[in-house]
Design a protein around this ligand. Structure first.
Ligand code: NI
Length: 170
């Protein structure tokens, strides 16, 4: 059985303005607005049931917002694939008592000071530290710095969250 549902989605639109004095029409590129469009999706009812269950467990109130987020997720993935300017957040957990580890991590970060835009250090307990390091740059560069941090000997756990500058997303 096939179910049909519609979702709202944003698109860009630029406006044309008429100069009252000269009666000339010109394009105002600084002013862009987005409008909501609706389109229908044909989907198997069992698949739709599973989808509704999934988005409900993730806290979505409606299908439109869930689908918009899925589209954004793919666009962010594409930004990374295309090596566009992006943002990554690296989380690392390590024992600061391990010999020369803190120094290595600090010197690595100083070596990439122009790409590392912020960092936060949390003393979890007597031994363990958590650091969140935010890196901005081309995807490949962000990954390279993240991998260096994560693979530093003594780092117990490290993970790169590949996010976005948000510039290209509505
Ligand atoms: Ni600490």
């Amino acid at each position: 059985m096939i179910s049909l549902f519609a979702i709202d989605i944003s698109t860009y639109q630029c406006y044309y303005y008429r100069n009252r004095n000269t009666d000339m029409l010109y394009k105002r590129v600084v002013m862009c607005v987005s409008e909501l469009l609706r389109f229908g999706v044909s989907i198997n009812s069992d698949l739709l049931k599973k989808f509704d269950k999934l988005i409900d467990s993730k806290g979505y109130n409606n299908r439109s917002e869930a689908i918009r987020d899925m589209i954004r997720e793919h666009l962010v993935e594409q930004e990374w694939e295309e090596d566009a300017e992006t943002i990554g957040a690296v989380t690392i957990v390590y024992d600061h008592h391990v010999r020369e580890l803190s120094e290595s991590l600090i010197s690595l970060q100083h070596g990439h000071h122009s790409a590392i835009i912020s960092s936060m250090h949390v003393h979890i307990d007597h031994h363990n530290c958590l650091e969140i390091i935010v890196i901005r740059g081309e995807g490949s560069k962000v990954k390279k710095i993240a991998n260096k941090l994560i693979s530093t000997k003594g780092v117990k756990h490290g993970k790169l969250t590949m996010t976005t500058t948000g510039k290209e997303l509505e």
